[in-house]
Structure formats: C-alpha cells, structure tokens
Design a protein around this ligand. Sequence first.
Ligand SMILES: NC(=O)c1ccc[n+]([C@@H]2O[C@H](COP(=O)([O-])OP(=O)(O)OC[C@H]3O[C@@H](n4cnc5c(N)ncnc54)[C@H](O)[C@@H]3O)[C@@H](O)[C@H]2O)c1
Length: 208
Amino acid sequence: MTKIAVVGTGYVGLVTGTCFAETGNQVICIDIDADKVEKMKNGIIPIYEPNLDTIFERNIAAKRLSFTTSLEDAIKDAEIIFLALPTPPGEDGSADLSYILGVAEQLGKLVTDYKVIVDKSTVPVGTAEKVHAVIAKNARVDFAIVSNPEFLREGFAVSDFMKPDRVIIGTQDERARKVMESLYRPFVRQGNPIYFMDEKSAELTANW
Ligand SMILES: NC(=O)c1ccc[n+]([C@@H]2O[C@H](COP(=O)([O-])OP(=O)(O)OC[C@H]3O[C@@H](n4cnc5c(N)ncnc54)[C@H](O)[C@@H]3O)[C@@H](O)[C@H]2O)c1
C-alpha cells in the first residue's frame, strides 16, 4: 500500500486516483474547485466513464479514496504526488505550464520529507527540469521528479488505465524508479511493458 496524492481531479486525475485506489493504495485527490470536491465527497462523480462509478463508489466506501481542497493536508503523508493539471495551449500555441509551475512553487514550500513528484500532464520536453528547479528553490528536503505521461482515451479511460499498452516511467532517481515500478506492477500483469528512461525521453513519448 502506497500513500498517494493526486493534484488536479479532472479527467486524468480522477481516473488515476480511482484506479490506484482500486489496487489497494491510499489515495487523496486535491482540486481547487471546491464545488467539485464537495460533490465527490458526497459520492457524486463529475464525469461519465464506463465502470468508473463502480470503482469510485467501492473505493470511497473502503476509505481508500478521499477528496480535499487542501494541498498541504493532502501531501503531508503522501509518498507519491501526481500532478494531473491542465496544460492548455497558450497564446503562442505552446503548452501553458502555469498550473504545473504554480503548484510546484507551493510544493517547494510544503514538502518536509522525501517525495516522488510525478508529472502526468501532457507537457513539452524540458518540463521536468523546470518543475525540479521551481521546487528546489524552496525545498529543504530531497525529492524526485518523474515524468509519467498518460495515454488514456476518453470513453475508454478505465480500461486504458487498468490495462495500458505500455507504461512510461522517466526518472533518473533510482529510489523513485522502484516506487513507481511497484505501483504500476498490478497493471501490467498480462505482460505489457513498463519502459524506464530519463525524464526528457519520457516527455518526448507524449509529443510524438
Ligand atoms: N483528458 C484526456 O483524455 C487526457 C489524456 C491524456 C493526457 N491528458 C493530459 O492530462 C492533463 C490533465 O488533463 P485533464 O483532461 O484531466 O484536465 P481537466 O481540465 O479535466 O482537469 C484538470 C483539473 O485540475 C484542477 N486544477 C487546476 N488548477 C489546480 C490547482 N492549482 N490545484 C488543484 N487542482 C487544480 C481543475 O479544477 C480541474 O479539475 C493535461 O495535460 C492533458 O493534456 C488528458
């Protein structure tokens, strides 16, 4: 069992959090949308995806899945922090990283012990380096950055997540690599590969 925080409970964050809870982890999902968080706390699911409601309800009932608006409370005990934040195209067409870098700024001030910080958003090559630099400005503890792009398709999100064609784990931190490998092991029992690489190579896989 791993304690996980998922920052950004939209399409990718909610599916990620729910599916990791389903494999026995303790997951807390954070969102700045207080309305959405309140609804989820009351068992109301904000998106429709085949089978998501069943596992959402099962894991809330099992107390493996919870919701909050407080980043500070959510990350306190988490070993892994997933960032599933929006990256809309900015004015020049490139991805707007302000959501991710804004949360990175806060994380740097909040982390008090080793954390594995995982970027699940679709981002340009070099983002992990930027996230690392922003966190490092304030952090007084060791942390690792992982690039773990998500390839799920809307309409097939749960089956794509539970049985991925491949999992990409980009990190140069050996400890984070092991944590991520054991987290994803239950999802690749049928023999689909986990590819390990550095952060930039992982980011490149999402930009093909
Ligand atoms: N939707 C897909 O099918 C899909 C598939 C693969 C990858 N992606 C990528 O995943 C990322 C997330 O996409 P999505 O579709 O889940 O987006 P989304 O808009 O559905 O969800 C993003 C969530 O983040 C929340 N948020 C914004 N700022 C926040 C903050 N500071 N703290 C906490 N929460 C905050 C928003 O309220 C929203 O609920 C994007 O980079 C996207 O390109 C999406």
